[in-house]
Design a protein around this ligand. Structure first.
Ligand code: ADP
Length: 671
């Protein structure tokens, strides 16, 4: 019952070469062959999904390569089967694969999470749990899933725009072969030699009409290309009274389209089941986790469009650098697929969002270059962004636990928006959760889940500010522990003033760009003056400090000398209550973390010299003053200086510039 496309693909082959699978690919494949996984039918979903992607790719490439346009007239996916030979084929007239593609795509696995998946399977096997069965269902195993139901797989493919076709073949024995083949039109045919049906292996008959129809309906109904199959029915002739005439039975073959092709985003939200969302999400995102949430947007008026967006439940591995494999948000125009990962539809810092946008108004001839400048695309982007912001705010109120989970996974990206999307900064702050020195009690019924974990919103922070407090205090550092324990916080803590504890890379950047929120300035607790307390208190404090400093000037010089170029100066400060010393930058200085980041990115940055601020009331500082008073040349003063400087650096979680010197000074003093 092979179709024409297939017959041509079945032509003779020559020059066979044999290859070995990449180790990971072979491990996955081996797992599939020996799988007792009961949900075998998902293999068809995977093959149809690949075929649909291939049609998308051809459509997309034809937009910039006019030679390919002629192949896009009738995109289709076709199932064909041979009941006697027990084969099932999935054919598409999409982009196709050349020889290199076949080795690259079908001989290796580039999917993120493969190692993790294989390790889980290994662990499950070793511990004797049968969990590995479920693992297959959770991991998008793709093409290799076909080895659950087939003893042998043949792929005949021709890349659109190329003349040669290739036959890829494997029985799953660790090797595959590639040979030249023939194929009249570009596209791919995957033919499975189905395993025999036994009671033990749970194989269904994947050559039967109704079995295939059911599977397509279940997993692939929304696929935007027709999934066709030739179906043969027995028909009879009827007489005038409508009675069947015996002996007139004959077979009638018709071409049926098995899927409704109804775009899921065009349906009413209430009519789409969770299962359908899961299947659709998996289809567009290639993510084997279920989505965290779906968002359906219907925009009417000036720009009419629909968007169906998904928040993933786990961050994808390539989130932090964008590459061509990103999935992002696809653009459709009136149900016609235009492109994947349309970066103009969504701000870059929301790149974790997956989904589709379908516009009613855009012109189908829109070129990629025009996209960026197009006013309608800009309006859609604005609308989609607002919808997402509203969703986040809603989630905070209605599903706080989910939101907190979401924030922990994607908050770092959203914080990029604080400097990339300056216009929306205040809006973004409404749903940013920032770690702070305040933590709500576990049994506090009114507290949000993030408050119990030591996070706050800026609105809540501002609402809790002390009457005399003008600024929003924050500190940045390398790790959560380093900022939480920083000596720079001592004066704030003693006055019970809250301070944001920021330790993500991105925090260094946005705090440099954000100046104020609700008319309160952001103030880094490790830089400049802290200006705590009332005006009067500050005046008194300054007078006392000035007086003590005046007297201690020679000591400052004696301590600064051995530290040389490392510091700007030594002085007394009001920042510390428990520690002896800390390093303080000027208000506009780069923080050491920012400097380190810029160096890591290959930029030449001069080292910012900071001030070593001493706590005049600390016993160690007092002791030094005494030493200095009795002998200004006491060699121990230099050791003290090294140690105080070293400690201040260590307290920030930074590595010492010269650990040997620090150790030597410490050893000397311990003597
Ligand atoms: P995934 O689809 O998740 O990337 P698969 O193992 O299913 O993983 O497929 C690997 C790759 O093989 C695909 O990304 C695609 O490049 C290629 N491929 C598979 N099937 C087809 C097809 N029918 N047409 C063109 N390319 C295909």
């Amino acid at each position: 019952m092979a179709t024409n496309e297939e017959k041509k693909a079945d032509a003779a082959t020559t020059g066979t070469e044999t290859f070995e699978f990449q180790t990971e690919a072979w491990q996955i494949l081996d797992l599939m062959i020996n799988s007792v996984y009961s949900n075998k039918e998902i293999f068809l979903r995977e093959l149809i999904s690949n075929a649909s992607d291939a049609l998308d790719k051809l459509r997309f490439e034809s937009q910039t390569n006019a030679d390919l346009t002629k192949f896009t007239a009738d995109p289709y996916i076709r199932l064909s089967r041979d009941m006697e030979a027990r084969t099932l084929s999935v054919t598409d007239n999409g982009i196709g694969m050349n020889r290199e593609d076949l080795t690259k795509f079908l001989g290796t696995i580039a999917k993120s999470g493969t190692k993790e998946f294989l390790a889980n399977v290994q662990a499950a096997r070793e511990s004797g749990t049968a969990d590995n069965v479920d693992l297959i269902g959770q991991f998008g195993v793709g093409f290799y899933a076909a080895f659950m139901v087939a003893d042998e797989i043949e792929v005949v493919s021709r890349r659109a725009g190329e003349d040669k076709a290739w036959l890829w073949k494997s029985t799953g024995d660790g090797t595959y072969s590639i040979a030249e083949a023939e194929r009249a039109e570009p596209g791919t045919t995957v033919t499975l030699k189905l395993k025999p049906m036994t009671e033990a292996n749970g194989m269904e008959d994947y050559t039967q009409d109704w079995t295939l129809r059911e599977i397509v309906k279940k997993y692939s109904d929304f696929v935007g290309y027709p999934i066709r199959m030739e179906v043969t029915r027995t028909e009879y002739d009827y007489d005038d009274q409508g009675k069947r005439i015996e002996g007139t039975e004959h077979a009638k073959t018709t071409d049926e389209t098995l899927n409704s092709m109804k775009a899921i985003w065009m349906r009413e939200d209430k009519d789409v089941t969770e299962e359908e969302h899961k299947d659709f999400y998996r289809h567009i995102s290639h993510d084997w986790h279920d989505p965290m949430k779906h968002i359906l947007q219907k925009a009417e008026g000036m720009h009419e469009f629909r968007a169906l967006l998904y928040l993933p439940s786990e961050p994808q591995q390539d989130l932090f650098f964008r590459d061509s494999t990103s999935v992002g948000v696809s653009l459709y125009i009136r149900r016609v697929f235009i492109m994947n990962d349309c970066k103009d539809l969504i701000p870059e810092y929301l790149r974790f969002v997956r989904g589709v946008v379908d516009s009613e108004d855009l012109s189908l001839n829109l070129s990629r270059e025009m996209l960026q400048k197009d006013a309608q695309i800009a309006a859609i982007r604005k609308g989609v962004t607002k919808k997402l912001f509203d969703t986040f705010k809603q989630m905070m109120k209605k599903e706080p636990d989910t939101y907190f989970d979401f924030w922990k996974k994607f908050g770092k990206l959203i914080k990029e928006g604080l400097f990339l999307d300056h216009d929306n900064m205040d809006e973004l702050f409404k749903f940013c959760l920032l770690p702070t020195t305040r933590r709500a009690a576990e049994d506090d019924k009114d507290a949000a889940p993030w408050e119990k974990a030591g996070f706050t919103t800026l609105d809540d922070y501002v609402a809790r500010m002390k009457p005399e407090q003008k600024d929003i205090y924050y500190i940045t550092g390398k790790t959560p522990a380093a900022v939480a324990e920083s000596p720079h916080l001592e004066a704030l803590k003693s006055r019970e003033i809250e301070c944001l504890l920021l330790s993500d890379h991105v925090d260094e950047v946005w705090t440099g760009a954000a100046h104020e929120y609700k008319e309160h300035h952001f103030r880094n607790a490790s830089k400049g003056e802290l200006e705590l307390g009332t005006e009067e208190e500050r005046k008194k404090e300054k007078e006392e400090l000035d007086k003590a400093s005046e007297a201690a000037k020679p000591l400052f010089e004696a301590l600064a000398k051995p530290l040389g170029e490392n510091i700007k100066e030594v002085r007394y400060g009001a920042r510390l209550t428990d520690s002896a010393a800390c390093l303080v930058g000027e208000t506009w200085d780069a923080t050491p973390q920012l400097e380190a980041m810029m160096r890591a990115m290959g930029q030449e940055v001069p080292k910012t010299k900071r001030t070593l601020e001493l706590n005049p009331n600390h016993p160690v500082v007092k002791k030094m003053s005494e030493l200095f008073a009795s002998n200004a040349d006491d060699p121990r003063l230099a050791d003290y200086a090294q140690i105080l400087y070293g400690q201040a650096i260590l307290a920030e979680g930074q590595p010492l510039d010269n650990p040997a010197e620090f150790n030597k000074a410490l050893a000397e003093l311990l003597k």
